[in-house]
Design a protein around this ligand. Structure first.
Ligand code: PAF
Length: 302
């Protein structure tokens, strides 16, 4: 059987010796620090996060630290990308624990602003609008109207502040990654976007901050998502895109406790429905109890 092309990990945050790390909460202080680093000619790598860090984030930070002299991580639960107030309120905020982990990973600066520091009153209310060229009209964009506007709003602001040479994003949020690539093109940011493979538990479950909200029983149930996706690689060898989409949705829905919101096999660049498997990725959103999980799988070209 073909394998999911992902990294399986054991939890080990203590990979690098502790270094001095600054926690900055004010935009002005961050700009001053960046100015000084730029004058010294340092290369800057950036990992934007919303905190509640797990090994998936750690893999981004490790890669960033390997490829850049300075690693900056933002920890900011961005209110403008939530369509649901309850979801925003429930989002885990664990800055003390996150900072400890980041120190051990060799991070130089943690930027952890408050919402008031990040946004003026008007920005908080305004409907930030960005031309996504259709990338936001499918899958997550369709299910969560306005979500990607909020993501672009905050990431563009963070890029202007941190002025990174490279920025690191996980492929689990595949649509977000493609949208960030488009944003960089349209807004002409001088930054290289690096997509990093999904990190999974040994069971296959894709790591996510939302997994913290799953009970042990739900976690066992959720493992079926990656199992069905992996099995679909074989199935796709002798079936069409439409048949494979149907099969994956049916197989996941057949597991008690799982409910598919969508499974779409799309082109890896345009995110439009794939005509065949030559450059295709399957993206799924599944409710496991009340928790909304996403995952994806790339189909090998043939
Ligand atoms: O992927 C995330 O955690 C967020 O969408 C991001 C990129 C940090 C923007 O808030």
């Amino acid at each position: 059987m073909l394998e999911l092309s992902t990294v399986t990990v054991t939890f080990n945050f203590r990979a690098l010796p502790a270094l001095s790390m600054e926690i900055i909460t004010a935009k002005k202080s961050l700009s001053e620090a960046i100015g000084a680093l730029k004058r010294q000619g340092k290369t800057i790598g950036f990992v934007p996060t919303m905190g509640a860090l797990h090994e998936g984030h750690a893999s981004l930070v490790r890669r960033c630290a390997q490829e850049n002299e300075i690693t900056i991580v933002s920890v900011f639960v961005n209110p403008t990308q939530f369509n649901n107030k309850e979801d925003l309120d429930k989002y885990p905020r664990t800055l003390d624990r996150d900072s400890e982990l980041l120190r051990d990973l060799g991070v130089s600066i943690v930027f952890a602003p408050s919402p008031q520091e990040m946004y003026s009153e008007e920005e908080m209310q305004e409907r930030f609008a960005f031309d996504f060229g259709g990338l936001d009209e499918v899958m997550e964009g369709k299910m969560r109207p306005g979500h990607f506007n909020g993501v672009v709003q905050v990431v563009s602001k963070l890029f202007r502040l941190a002025q990174p040479d490279r920025a690191y994003f996980g492929e689990k949020d595949y649509q977000q990654l493609q949208i960030i690539r488009r944003m960089v093109e349209v807004m002409q940011f001088d930054v290289k976007i690096i997509g990093c493979p999904i990190v999974r538990e040994k069971s296959g479950l894709a790591l996510s901050s939302r997994n913290e909200r799953l009970s042990e029983k739900e976690k066992l149930t959720a493992v079926n998502i990656s199992r069905v996706l992996t099995e679909s690689l074989d199935y796709a060898l002798s079936h069409t895109v439409a048949e494979t989409e149907r099969r994956v949705a049916e197989q996941i829905n057949a597991v008690e406790g799982l409910e598919v919101e969508y499974y779409e096999i799309v082109d890896q660049s345009t995110l439009l429905p794939a005509a065949d498997f030559s450059h295709a990725i399957g993206c799924v959103t599944v409710y496991c109890g009340p928790v909304r999980l996403i995952d994806n799988i790339k189909y090998p070209a043939r």
